[in-house]
Unconditional design. Structure first.
Length: 126
């Protein structure tokens, strides 16, 4: 049940990012880039959160895990390439994200991680 709630939480946050960006008058390319970036960051947060159901994401980061570093690092590198290499950005039909846009996406990713951590606490207690 917690996995379904995690997925629904990501969906709601990503949909909110998309609709807010359109409401603010940003174009389709901006909305797509913001939504995709938030999706990637939320999924990386989900990976970090679901590593252990008995501890928090911060405590699990202390245990060495080479595969995790490759997955998170690779995800961030490829995200950066898709957003900032002109050929790839045009291929995906994204706009250039500015610092404030990245902060919005990062904040949404942090909200996702906090949601996941709270779901873990609730599911452990029940």
């Amino acid at each position: 049940m917690a996995e379904i709630l995690q997925g629904l939480g990501i969906l709601v946050i990503i949909l909110a990012i998309f609709l807010i960006s359109l409401y603010r008058g940003q174009g389709e390319l901006d909305a797509r880039a913001l939504t995709f970036t938030t999706l990637i960051l939320a999924n990386l947060g989900l990976i970090l959160s679901d590593r252990s159901w008995s501890g928090t994401s911060l405590t699990t980061l202390k245990s060495p895990n080479a595969a995790l570093r490759w997955v998170v690092g690779g995800g961030l590198v490829f995200l950066g390439m898709v957003l900032y290499v002109p050929f790839l950005r045009h291929l995906f039909r994204f706009s250039f994200l500015h610092l404030i846009d990245m902060i919005i996406c990062l904040a949404a990713g942090v909200v996702c991680v906090l949601l996941f951590e709270n779901l873990k606490i609730v599911s452990i207690k029940s």
